[in-house]
Design a protein around this ligand. Sequence first.
Ligand code: PRX
Length: 702
Amino acid sequence: MADQSAPQEMTEVSEAQIAVHWKEEEYFQPAAQLVAQANLNDPRVRERFALEKFPDCFREYAAMLDWFEPYEKVFDGSNAPFWKWFTGGKINAAYNCVDRHLAKYASKPAFIFVPEPETETETRITYQELYTRVNEMAALLRDFCGLRAGDRVTFHLPMTPELPITMLACARLGIIHSQVFGGFSGQACGSRIQDSGSRVLITMDAYWRNGALIDHKQNADIAVQTAKELGQDVDKVLVWQRYPGKYSAPTPMVNGRDYFVNEVLKNYRDKIVEPEKMDSEAPLFLMYTSGTTGKPKGIQHRTGGYLAYVAATSKWVQDIHPDDVYWCMADIGWITGHSYIVYGPLACAATGIIYEGVPTYPDAGRPWRIAEKYRVNIFHTAPTSIRMLRKLGPEEPRKYNYHFKCMTTVGEPIEPEAWRWYYNEVGKKQAAITDTWWQTENGGFLCTTIPALDAMKPGSAGPGAPGIHPVILDENGDEVPAGSTRAGNICIRNPWPGIMQTIWGDPARYVQTYYARYNKNPASKNWRDWPYLAGDGALLAADGYFRILGRIDDVINVAGHRLGTKEIESACLTVPEIAEAAVVPVMDEMKGRVPEVYIALKPGIIASDEIRARVIKANEELIGKIARPKHVYIVPDMPKTRSGKIMRRVLASISNRKEVGDVTTLANPNVVEEIRVMVQGKDAQVTQGEIPEDIAKFGEEK
Ligand code: PRX
């Protein structure tokens, strides 16, 4: 009998499923030179880290660290899904990143700071100097600010060495740091101060960005004011000076509240602060990230498990040796910077570059000049920078004499074409690329190839990292097999040491967001019953490589950075004339996605450019420039279901010039055509072809 299921299956294929019938890419093999010297070259590593070996396999990771007291248990799942790692162990992150390297590497640079202006010379900070500066700063935090283990401190620091120094000073004392990306607005910083309950804000007066010395101190005043309005008082604002001895911001200091760090530090010269022996489970830091609600969540990372995980993945996936020069171009204000500029590479005794400014300043040759000058041999960046550098200077890398052995891409899916440029031009066909998929919540890489062991496939992140067992689950919780062309929700079957502890102050949200979807028995103490929901759509090819398709929730990934649509919509609604706001992701050649805003005005209000401008300003002030909408459309009404729900998916199709599909069931179908003409023009053609999963399913009820 003929297979009758075939036509039926066809009709059930969704737009997103059609979109993923992409052609398989060819494999690329790592260079022999890289393989010969790699930290991880045991082809049986994934057997060593097989699921049956959980959790004991992770002892290997803990063994990469120095413990004051050994741990008793590798893993404790008794309070699932609040996992504990290496319990009973005592450890200090700053000790592991600095002190323990002094015996061998005291005079080797830990960091080379490269200022944005090319006329300024770099600063080299040896491990010995880092030790001194971290100790002095720790003394200041303890004795001048009265901070103790478990207290929270918010930073709003730019990309200078003072940021890792302050992080490590906190870690030395067990103070929980919460760095807010320097590009976020003062108000965004203020709400994070309030959520974390910080009494101290640490900032810098100014920093260089795209050729301008930016007044950053003004954001501190706004942040303190915002926190106060939300009920959190800040007693002290510590201000590092970009040029010590000189105040570079026009905004005045506030008497009795603001202090120049470098002046106060004079009282703590050469002070030594013993590293606190912290419980392995003591929180190390908070990192706020966007989710489906308007309020960013404080992702809480532990000390022992996190540090073990980032040390191991830095060593094995990025192949960092102490004699390598490693440059990650991310900002330390994001999780990539915490894990793979500060904690991971320092735990491996690397020499790392900290670059202050934008990669294309003053021209697209800048990164390659830096690579040549400082002999960088491991490079780490995001697709958005790769696209930008390719567009502005496709042949620039050829002009410079540098040699990368490994390169990483992170933060968003990389299209095979951009991947090939990265491989051919930036890597000069010599460097192995690791496309690392992970998230703020995860601590470190989840899917990636191992440079010396696995072939690379453009556009695919690869298999799970050692000890990580990803699976694709469908709507019903059934496993989607490898080689199927069906996309589904990528989940991780098992806990791992780098996973967050919880959401700061909101454990219920932690369970709800990451585990509720596929957990069938909330009382279960068995970790096998708690698959971790990452929030990304993905496909698993027959070769076991995962291809990440994008977010399945209301998060827009702008240039590799997460923005919650609800955050943007709430910012729009602060403009009093606005009745409703809807934000959608739009495909962008450089940034991957950018937000576009649709607004409906209150009755009697006339649309104007002035209102549009205020919507843009509200987003810049409440979130930051990164949230600036590409367009603001003032529409007569939002397309809505009969139950009154705004159909963001329809707006997303219009913004992306795609078919809107069947809208006849809407409460107001006619408005769709009106909006389409407003956005696209009367005779616009929709484009055919792939509809990325995050857009095809955007705003869908989950
Ligand atoms: O959608 C995935 C995307 O970035 C999200 C996580 O963002 P964030 O927490 O800010 O962390 C970014 C850096 C780790 C993910 O849910 N993403 C991250 N890496 C990749 C990626 N998408 C595709 N490929 C990647 N390599």
